[in-house]
Structure formats: C-alpha cells, structure tokens
Design a protein around this ligand. Structure first.
Ligand code: G3P
Ligand code: CA
Length: 355
C-alpha cells in the first residue's frame, strides 16, 4: 500500500510541521519511547569509517548505538570492516600486490590479523576512478588509522561507558554469513562467542544483531538460540547481498513472518519514501506501519548529509520526514551529531507544545 502526504515541494520551511500533521496513513510517534541514533560505521562524515577514532567521535557526539560490521580473517579473528574486501578502504594493493584473487579483489579472509594490522586505513575510495566516494569528507590516503577487531571496539565502548557513566549500545552486522560458510567459516558462532564473553547475552542487553540474510537470522534465533535482539535488514534483490528474497517482506504478512524471529527491521530509506508523485506529494509506503503493527522496531539506513534523496534539500528536512512525519524508531546515520541535535531540538519543541 502506498500513502501520500501533503505537498512538500517548494513549501516554506515553517509550513512543514503543519504539513506533516496531515500525513494520512502513519501518525507521528514523538513523545513515546526514545528514538535512537545509530552511528553508522562510526562518524564517517568526519573520520574514516569503522576506525576507533571514528567510533570515539560518534560516541562523544551522543549516539545511542555504535554500529559494527564484522568479517573474519584467515586466522579466525573478527574485524570491523564493511566489505569482505580490503581494497576500498586500505592500502592492501600496495603492500600485498600479489595477494589478490582472480577477480582482482583482496579479501580479508585471505589475510591474517597481523597482516591486516599492518595496513593503513583510508577514507573510502571508488576503485573505478581512484577518487573519494564522498569528496567532502576526510582526505583519502591521509592520516594514520588501522582496522580494529571486534574485541578492541567492544573494549572502547565499554571503557567509555564506564568513564562517562553512559550506556551506549552496540549494533553488530554479521556480514555475508553464507559466503563465510562457503569459505569454511561460521561467522555467526564466532560473533556470538565474543558478544557473550563481553556480557552481551540477553534480550535486555544494550545490543542488536543485524543481518541481510533471513535464513541466518532464523538460525541465530532457533539453532544457536540467541536471546539477543535481532534486526532483519531489508535490501533489494538485485543487490545480491544475501540469498534472501526481500519482496515478500514488504507486506503486512511479510512483517508478520519477520516478527516471528526478529525484533526489528532495517530497511533502506527508499523503501519507505519512494520519492515524489506528479503533484509533489511524498510517496510513503506502508512498511513502517506494517512493521509497527507487528511489534517490530524500524531503524532505516542511511541518513547522510552529503548524499540526500532528491526530494529534500537538507539532512534535517529528511530527518523531520522520517522521525517525526513517519515515526521511525531510530536510524543509521553518517552524521550522528546532526541527528542527536535534531532529536534534542524536536523533543524540546514537543515539551514546549510547539510543532
Ligand atoms: O546495517 C545497516 C546499514 O549499514 C546497511 O547498509 O551496506 O552500510 O552495511 P551497509
Ligand atoms: Ca552495516
């Protein structure tokens, strides 16, 4: 089901709160449970993704959760890395020129942790043209950053939780479990082992596990019997992220199926707002409403100030649509400071009785 909201295009900023109140299919959800900010790969809007420096910055910016994408090394160590490849964020091709596979890529699973620790992490590079994926961010091939292990990151977060008195959570994505299995490794078991050893064990612990692979999430729940909160990431089938069909998930019935094994969903923002119709109205799908009707949290990805959908002209405008207009429960962002500030100001306005 698609729903439309009041005309936004060319609307004066001061009219936006009123316009959002006109959303017909999904009521604003502010004032209920706290909405959360998930630092997507740290604070990559400012420092290279997944480095401890970026995580510390995101922590200090006030994020509620820090995200960890995890993959395995040759010697079975869990490292924090977005891709199974090393080449888009390190100098692996310069240091180990003969270690690429036939496809020309350098896989973390072919390197020991000691080798990986010798690499220099850089701001993400587009291999097609050797330039920065996000030109406005930290300079590429600059600075001194390294890949960290999951253990190192958990110790950073738990240490900061102790020294600040805060309780920032973890949000671990198990990357490509089916691919890891083909390579002879069980990344889910390895992840659970480390999380349990650091005290993340129960539903009430401040931790989520996310995965694009539905079969693996079911395995985590039913075979490995984890009690930790699980989030079904929802991609598009043509991304080939996992052997999972996402189309049936995008329905009320599909959300009911997810709710049997997971606690929330992580959809792509374009699956929630498809754009503008010919009249300039936002086209909002029923995904958030269907998920909420099944008791699922909704944490979409990714709110980026430097890669905005065409229907908005600022990050704050986008956040207003998702957090206030549509009522998502949280979201992944490359700019945790901006989302924290936005939510604080929105909450202040709410307590003052202002829109
Ligand atoms: O895990 C949520 C979001 O991070 C999914 O996208 O590709 O950045 O891992 P990706
Ligand atoms: Ca992720």
């Amino acid at each position: 089901m698609l729903c439309t909201v009041a005309t936004l295009k060319n609307s004066p900023q001061f009219l936006l709160p009123l316009l959002f109140a006109l959303i017909s299919c999904q009521p604003a959800a502010f004032g209920g449970e706290k909405k959360v900010v998930i630092a997507h790969r740290g604070a990559p809007g400012y420092l290279p993704e997944h480095t401890l420096e970026s995580k510390a910055m995101a922590y200090a910016m006030g994020a509620d959760y820090l995200e960890q994408d995890v993959v395995l090394t040759k010697d079975n160590r869990l490292i924090i890395l977005h891709d199974v490849h090393l080449d888009t964020v390190t100098n692996v091709a310069q240091l180990f020129p003969k270690r690429a596979r036939k496809d020309g890529r350098y896989y973390a699973i072919d390197f020991t942790l000691a080798e990986i620790k010798s690499l220099q992490v850089t701001e993400r590079i587009d291999l097609k043209n050797n330039t920065a994926v996000y030109p406005g961010r930290f300079p590429i091939r600059s600075g001194k950053f390294e890949i960290s292990t999951l253990k190192e990151e958990l110790e950073l977060i738990q240490g900061l939780n102790k020294s600040t008195g805060r309780n920032v959570g973890i949000y671990v994505e198990i990357k490509s479990p089916a691919w890891h299995r083909k390579e002879g490794k069980d990344i889910s078991r390895a992840t659970l082992e480390i999380l349990y050893s650091y005290g993340y064990r129960d539903k009430d612990d401040n931790a989520y596990i996310q995965c694009f692979n539905a079969a693996e999430l079911k395995r985590l729940r039913y075979e490995l019997k984890t009690k930790l909160k699980l989030v079904q990431l929802i991609g598009e089938n043509d991304w080939n992220e996992a052997p999972t069909d996402y189309e049936p998930m995008k329905t009320l019935k599909g959300m009911g199926e997810i709710a049997k094994y997971a606690d929330g969903i992580g959809p792509w923002i374009f699956q929630i707002v498809k754009g503008l119709d010919k009249q300039g109205n936002l086209i909002v799908t029923s995904m958030v409403k269907d998920a909420h009707a099944n008791g699922l949290k909704v944490h979409p990805y990714t709110f980026r100030a430097d890669s905005l959908p065409a229907y908005v002209s600022s990050l704050e405008e986008l956040l207003r649509i998702f957090y206030i207009g549509i009522g998502v429960d949280g979201g992944f962002t490359d700019f945790p400071d901006r989302v924290v500030k936005f939510l604080r100001e929105a909450e202040y306005r709410r307590t003052q009785g202002k829109k």
